[in-house]
Design a protein. Sequence first.
Length: 110
Amino acid sequence: MNDLHTEEDVRGFLRLCLDPGRGVERAPLQLTKVMPQALRDAVEQYVPQLAELREAAELQEEQGRMARQRYADELAAFIHGDEAGPARMPHPRSPTRTDSVRQWGAPSCR
């Protein structure tokens, strides 16, 4: 990755990552999950708004993991008849899809 000196170098390397040949093709979503930090830094140097989107996605993924754990805790409490404990405490309002649209704008089909 030391050869990524220009925006076109970065784009070319990403294209190669998506379609390395031999019948292998990857989706950009797969790439977002395995892209090394050095490559992310190179991309975000040319497209800074991608850093904001990545950070928002990472935050929402973490919130999703926390919500899933809370759900599992609540289910376990129900199964065992436990009506007390932290799982039963009210929690702050979770963001809704409407909130996301307000914050990030409506999805587009570009």
